[in-house]
Design a protein around this ligand. Sequence first.
Ligand code: H2U
Length: 352
Amino acid sequence: MMSVFKPTEHQHVRYNPLKDEWILVSPHRCLRPWSGQVEDAVEDQPPDPNNPLKAGALRANGQRNPIYLSTYVFPNDFPALLERVPEPPAPEHPLFRAGPAKGTCRVMCFHPNSSMTIPLMSVQEIVAVVEEWINQMKELGRRYTWVQIFENKGAVMGCSNPHPHCQIWASSFLPNEARVKDRCQKEYFAEHGKPLLVDYLEQELERKERIVIKNFEWVALVPYWAIWPFETMLLPIRGKPQRLTDLNEQQKEGLADIMKKITTKYDNLFKCSFPYSMGWHGAPTGSNHTPGDSPHWLLHGLYLPPLLRSASVKKFMVGYEMLAQSQRDLTPEQAAEKLRDCDLVHYKNVVL
Ligand code: H2U
């Protein structure tokens, strides 16, 4: 006789309503032996004396950074998007469509000290990061349809420099992730009269099993439909902010607090400087948008870390994932439990 379904033992598919896609969960695969690639531990990358992101350093374009003391933003010297470029001609055939793409790219340093990371920074220092994100969103959001803030952390995520920093790419077009999330949230709102993520958070707060940590203003949880092994989402509890620019003082403080806590847990999980890509998704911006005009949206942050079993074994998104659909090994509930069990004191700060 077939046994009853247990999500920690039996494979199944889960639906991501934010992106209208399915993911395969195969928890029994955690048991398989591993003799594949291991990554080099990223822990002790020596500081580069010529690091171009440092205060006072000379950058690739010959400009010198000021002796900054907190955050510092400069135009990316190797931008993927420029403001003034010729536009492609109108498509002659529907199978060969091209369109204009304008934009700007910036680099934002979080801290003058190259060996700092978010979990090691003070909450006040992280508040300065949040405030600068908001300034950038305000300024770039006036002109651009989408402003993508993202941090690549760790060499395994393609980060070129261990200095604490993120990037900001602002574009005249809505990128794919944003376009799909906008559509899915719009459809949900039209059908249910409430924002998808507000309903989702309400459910998660009741069910509790995927919540990693919570403070007065924010929740960090492993989404029901998470793809990466230890993926988390940051969701605001109050006031339904649609964009980073909607955050009030308490939400900024609370965000800095929860960012420090979740990244500390991440570092403690495998006792390493935990690599990830993180970033923000909120309502589209630009001249045809005004504050409060997108009630279907709820601002959310995402941490997408690649590690699976240890500081040196990462999850590969390859064959099946590239050709069929995303697949994960441990369940989101198991990942949340492992992260809940991690200490809130950073392993580097433990006094023995
Ligand atoms: P990543 O580590 O995520 O690659 O970000 C570093 C960015 O810094 C990268 O996009 C830019 C790179 O183009 N950069 C400069 O703009 N000027 C420099 O002198 C070095 C690096």
